[in-house]
Design a protein around this ligand. Structure first.
Ligand code: FE
Ligand code: ZN
Length: 516
């Protein structure tokens, strides 16, 4: 049915739905004869989802009204469904398939002197962003403010969303946490007799934002369930129609006397098609994107007595040497680089892009894009394909998590980047505990919140490569190009250098190539 404004209004009214403002402004519109049962307002977005099976229309309507008040969640929800439709037609494999690269999210603010007020605002942004993600869950839709929970009668059911302020064990071996929202704070008891609940409660870190449901006591909640922001189940495993590869390096550490130059040069020969088995050479031909997740040089003064282990003691010279190596990557390959804690920048996260003076020779390379740590990079978008979102984060917060989270430490620690990365994705934050990184308390935003959900989550820092999948997010931890240093030996690290995870973007298959 093609309709003008009055016909649209009439048709909608007849079917018991309200026309949204955007469809009234359309000159030309086709409306279905029937609408899903729960739909209230018909907008263009709603129309685009009308054939989808799993849309929660009440939820969509609610998110839309939030959206009109400047809150997020709505577009993300729409996106979940609309992305599924963007499956590109099969295209014949071409070795000269084009590359595409954008950086939707990059942090480029200079440092400043921050005040206590900035910290308060910064935490508010984090709370609001994560609270929205939690509130989408059916179990938390009726959650109330902490101040209201404090006024509830004993034994009344309750759910709240708050930030973990404090965590301790009681005499009886239960856990008690204090949870805070903008209206106040309340204690929550997590009983060891609920084994599943207790197990997830043990992993809680300070400052993370969680949902709790349970029953009220006097100024305390007895928890029955604990909710993390987590990833939706509906994330699609996107695939490109082009048979091409992206590969992932990190922790090159140029300048260190332990830098594995011979192995790195072997990698460069491979990517130029000059070494490897037939199959490996085929892959090399199809590489279009190379990511380097930080610690590109060893830096100076990063750890005690580092100068004794430096082959190149001058930071300018380190970057110059790195640039000379990267210049050997063929120019049709896009190289994306973020800094790490060894690079010559502030340690506070987010770290801005590499210093234009120290790292000048890298800026001269035409195929290199330098981004912040963290940042969100989109690759290979085509006319009919939205591309892959790659969340790039060096991984400085990992040390804290390995040391402080029982399930990670007990599960294999530094050898299990997959556990660490999954822990962060579930919390939708790159450094949930305040103590886990030096934080730049930007009063306008929290750039360490994981939003939107990426297709790839790429890190480095622990010098031990790992690839895994969590709810269709490919988690990749890069290896390194440095032998074990005395410092790492002291910390009990056992790196596994010169490994390169390569991902076929058409099949999403992952292989790890070894150059040592
Ligand atoms: Fe490193
Ligand atoms: Zn590092």
């Amino acid at each position: 049915m093609i309709a003008d404004k009055q016909l649209i209004v009439k048709h909608c009214m007849d079917k018991g739905v309200l026309p949204g403002a955007d469809i009234l402004s359309m000159d030309n519109l086709t409306l279905p004869d029937a609408f899903p049962h729960d739909i209230m307002v018909v907008t263009l977005d709603a129309l685009s989802l009308i054939d989808e099976e799993h849309v929660d229309w009440l939820q969509l309507d609610r998110l839309r009204s939030y959206h009109e008040h400047g809150r997020s969640g709505y577009q993300e929800y729409i996106h979940l469904f609309s992305r599924k439709k963007a499956i590109p037609p099969a295209v014949h494999v071409q070795d000269d398939s084009p590359t595409a690269l954008t950086v939707p999210s990059l942090y480029d603010k200079a440092g400043a002197l921050y005040t206590v007020g900035d910290f308060v605002q910064h935490f508010k942004h984090r709370y609001t962003a994560l609270e929205r993600m939690l509130r989408i869950r059916p179990e938390l839709q009726h959650s109330i403010s902490v101040s209201r929970a404090l006024r509830k009668q004993s034994r009344e059911p309750v759910s709240i969303i708050g930030m973990v302020l404090d965590k301790s064990e009681t005499k009886n071996g239960n856990l008690i946490i204090t949870v805070e929202d903008p209206t106040g704070s309340i204690r929550v008891l997590l009983n060891k007799n609920h084994p599943d609940l207790f197990k997830s409660a043990k992993d809680l870190v300070l400052d993370e934002v969680i949902g709790i449901s349970g029953v009220c006591g006097t100024k305390i909640i007895f928890a029955n369930n604990l909710f993390l922001p987590d990833l939706p189940y509906t994330q699609e495993l996107k695939k490109s129609s082009h048979d091409i590869y992206a590969l992932f390096l990190s922790d090159v550490h140029v300048g260190s006397e332990y830098f594995l130059e011979k192995e790195f040069r072997r990698f460069l020969r491979w990517i130029n098609g000059n070494t490897g088995t037939g199959e490996q050479k085929e892959i090399a031909k199809k590489v279009r994107y190379v990511f380097i997740a930080g610690d590109i040089v060893d830096g100076v003064g990063v750890y005690p007595r580092q100068e004794e282990e430096l082959l190149i003691k001058d930071i300018y010279q380190q970057y110059k040497e790195f640039a000379a190596l990267i210049a050997q990557i063929p120019p049709h390959i896009k190289v994306i680089i973020c800094p790490g804690n060894h690079d010559a920048l502030r340690l506070g996260e987010p770290q801005p892009i590499l210093d234009r003076e120290f790292a000048a020779p890298i800026y001269e390379l035409n195929n290199v894009t330098i981004v912040s740590n963290p940042s969100l990079v989109n690759i290979h978008a085509q006319k009919d394909f939205s591309g892959f979102n790659i969340l790039l984060y060096h991984g400085y917060s990992f040390d804290y998590l390995v040391a402080n989270v029982d399930s990670i430490r007990g599960g294999g620690g530094y050898r299990r980047a997959d556990l660490i990365m999954k822990f962060l994705l579930k919390r939708r934050h790159l450094a949930p505990a305040q103590g886990s990184t030096l934080r730049i308390p930007d009063p306008d935003t929290d750039p360490l919140v994981i939003d939107p959900v990426p297709d790839f989550f790429v890190t480095g820092h622990i010098h031990y490569s790992m690839v895994a999948n969590y709810r269709n997010v490919t988690m990749i931890s890069g290896s390194c190009w440095q032998r074990t240093t005395s410092f790492q030996e002291k910390l009990g690290h056992q790196p596994e250098p010169a490994r390169v995870p390569v991902v076929n973007l058409k099949t999403r298959d992952v292989k790890i190539l070894k150059f040592m």
